[in-house]
Design a protein around this ligand. Structure first.
Ligand code: COA
Length: 155
């Protein structure tokens, strides 16, 4: 909830909760078969963010991915790329999806770099909507099961 109120994060990810509805968010999350979320934890087990497969289309075998490390102290230490890799692995090898895509601000170079490290590639530019409309464009990126190369440790 406190990360959700951070204006810097809002600019990058938008808002997840509106005040007071975290239980609604949680109940929706655990019941919704088109969403699967994972906590991102530091080396001591503390919560630092979350990564979520959403808009899962089981017949089309695709999903959108969203990630946010709320605790800025943990930006640029590889946690994001590792969490993405875990979630993409789960998408392809546990859920049998074929494609995972995401949308990111074109000026969010840290996020784009972490997506590239996992194997996402840019496929299109999109106009931003909502609170970002007119301020930036979004990069559509995707990774397919065919192009995904698991980390050597998994091979
Ligand atoms: C985006 C996010 C998940 C990435 O996770 P992370 O743990 O910070 O990223 P990583 O450390 O795995 O990788 C970041 C990479 O970007 C690079 N980078 C960071 N700032 C950069 C900059 N200004 N220019 C170029 N590269 C930059 C880092 O050097 C690193 O690349 P390297 O490993 O090749 O050196 C995380 O920073 C985050 O949650 N940010 C806030 C919310 C957000 O932007 N979410 C995504 C919305 S689409």
């Amino acid at each position: 909830m406190s990360w959700d109120d951070d204006p810097a994060l809002f600019e990058l990810t938008g808002k997840k909760f509106t005040h007071g509805d975290e239980k609604v968010w949680w109940n929706n999350l655990i019941r919704d078969r088109s969403r699967l979320a994972f906590a991102i934890i530091n080396n001591d087990g503390g919560l630092i963010g979350d990564v979520e497969l959403q808009q899962i289309l089981w017949r089309a075998r695709e999903a959108e991915i969203r990630i946010s490390i709320g605790d800025k102290e943990y930006w640029n230490h590889g946690f994001g790329s590792e969490a993405l890799e875990e979630a993409v692995f789960a998408a392809f090898h546990l859920l049998s999806l074929e494609r995972v895509y995401l949308r990111v601000r074109v000026d969010n170079v840290r996020a784009i770099r972490s997506y590239q490290k996992v194997g996402f590639r840019a496929v299109a530019r999109l106009a931003a909507t909502g609170h970002l409309a007119g301020h930036t464009e979004l990069q559509l990126m995707e990774i397919t099961r065919a192009r995904y190369a698991p980390l050597p440790a998994r091979a």
